[in-house]
Design a protein around this ligand. Sequence first.
Ligand code: F3S
Length: 256
Amino acid sequence: MQAKITLAKTAGFCFGVNRAVNMLYDLINKGENICTLGPIIHNPQVINDLNNKGVSILDDINNATKDKKVVIRTHGVEKDVLEYCNFNCLDYIDATCPFVKKIHKIVDKNSSIDMPVLIAGDKNHPEVVGIKSYCSGDCYIFNSYEELDEIFKNNKFNSEKPFIVVSQTTFSIKEWKKCVKKINLLYTNAIIFDTICSATEERQAEALLLSKKNDAMIIIGGRTSSNTAKLKAVCEPNCPTYLIETAKELLDIAFC
Ligand code: F3S
C-alpha cells in the first residue's frame, strides 16, 4: 500500500528568513563582496550554496574589513554591535527580522532601572542575547515554567513594581501560555507583550494537528534551528517524529 504524504501548508522559509536570503542573493547578483555575521540561517545546504557563491561567514564583528559588506542575520545582534558598525563606518545591511526588531524597540523604550524585563527564551540563543542588550535595567531569562517559578522565588518581584515580559519569537506557545497564566495569577502589574511570531504559532499549531492525524512526521530543517527543534518537540508526543536536513537521510528511517 502506498503511504499518503501530506505537505504542511506552512512548510518553507518564514517571511523573515525568506527576506534575508533574498537580500543576500540580490547582493550576490549585483556582484557585491559580502560576508554574514554568523550563518544567515540554520540550513547547511543554503550555507554551502552561499559559500560556493563567495559569501563568507564572519564570527566576530571586530574582524570585519571595509572591503566587504556585512549582512546582519534575522536573529538580530546586540545593540553595541550596531553601534560598532556605525562608529567604524562599516558597510552593512541589517537583515534582522522586523518581528525581532519590534522586540528590541519594546525593550529599549520601556525598560529602565525601575522596570525590569523578563524574557521567555533560550539564554544562549543569539536572538535572546540581542534582546537582552536593549534592557536598561535588570533582565531575567527563563526557558520554561519551572525556570520562571525559580526566578519568582529568588527575586524581589512584588505587586508595587511593574515589569515587562517578552518572548523569543520562536518560544513554545504551550509553555508561554502556562507562564503567562502564572504571571497573571501572581502579579497584576506585569506588562506582557506577546512577541511570539505568528509564523511560529501557525507552524506549531499545524504540526500539532498533523501529528495527531498521521502515523509519522518528518520535520525538514537545520538541526541547530530553534524553529525545527520546537516543531519536533510539538509532534513527538503524538507519533514517531524524524528531523532531517537532506532527502538522503530519509533512507535511514525505517518507516513501518
Ligand atoms: Fe521568521 Fe521572523 Fe518569525 S525570522 S520565525 S518571521 S520572527
